[in-house]
Design a protein around this ligand. Sequence first.
Ligand code: NAP
Length: 342
Amino acid sequence: MTALVNQQIVLASRPAGEATVDNFRLQTSTVDPDALADGQVLVRIHYLSLDPYMRGRMNEGRSYAQPQPLGEVMIGGTAGEVIASRNPNFAVGDQVVGMGGWQQYQLVERHQRGVLQKVDTTHVPLSAYLGAVGMPGVTAWVGLHTIVEPKAGETVVVSAASGAVGSVVGQLAKARGCRAVGIAGGPEKCAYVTGALGFDACIDYKAHGDLKSLARALKEACPDGIDGYFENVGGVILDAVMLRMNAFGRIAMCGMISGYDGQPIPMANPALILVSRLKVQGFIVSERMDLWPAALKELGGMVASGRLKYRETIAHGLENAPEAFLGLLKGRNFGKQLVKLV
Ligand SMILES: NC(=O)c1ccc[n+]([C@@H]2O[C@H](COP(=O)([O-])OP(=O)(O)OC[C@H]3O[C@@H](n4cnc5c(N)ncnc54)[C@H](OP(=O)(O)O)[C@@H]3O)[C@@H](O)[C@H]2O)c1
């Protein structure tokens, strides 16, 4: 083999407000599969995962994760195939997931132990390891189990319900005997949430322009109130759900995507936390590595048996990753947003 051209997308500048395609830059480097050093593994990336957290990494300043350095390949989860290896733990043809970033090839060094995980694609497609059987699925599992702690007969609500995380939250809640209610943008997404995913109800927040209207819709969809809420969005959606929370309800703060471009999202009535004696807790899935094996076991089994459904939006070609990423922040994705490179 001769040296391969490796297209990469780097962070060119930090957004001021809304992120744009100009914040990214395409560059090329080369990598020679015949010139690997001892212990190195070369992966051809098939799928790149696009995730909302990447928006936070584009900013400078304090957060739970380090900012993405300027001029470096954008961070990101990837799934692909080993095409060259000088590492006894990996053979050519192995299907792997890792954090290869926005590029076509990932070179893994000997000392980067644990960076690549082999996956079995016999019953679970490779791409699902970036979605329902990957980080988003585990996020749903961890937030539900450690914070929402749903009991049979309770009502669990989740926002961004048709998405990678939200779709799993509702299906897991149903599997535990709960009433699952989604909130999503548009009739098509809502029909999918109640149809294919089997939620009991779904509210199209775009059809409810203000807090009152949204709270009324929630009252109808949740006649016994809300016991658990899995928050992915923030803002008026959170305010409306808070109004319907039962005493001693639990809210898992997973994401607040409506504020990722810097929009202020104040909480209208924090006194409800006291009045309704709510537990409100944030979590970061990468800080609960102890729970990943149990979560992946259940999620993998459910996907393999067809009990856990998911949907993907696939952009084609690395050059289209920035546009697809910006679309994800605007709800243009429908299910897990991926970029297919091969
Ligand atoms: N805490 C953690 O460890 C962790 C890990 C992974 C993900 N997350 C969070 O989980 C959430 C979901 O992530 P995901 O990967 O599953 O993404 P996703 O739901 O597949 O895609 C994002 C969705 O968010 C919705 N959205 C975007 N802007 C919105 C707005 N202004 N108002 C209401 N909804 C909006 C859109 O759906 P609609 O069309 O329905 O509006 C969009 O499709 C994100 O907040 C993410 O940051 C947290």
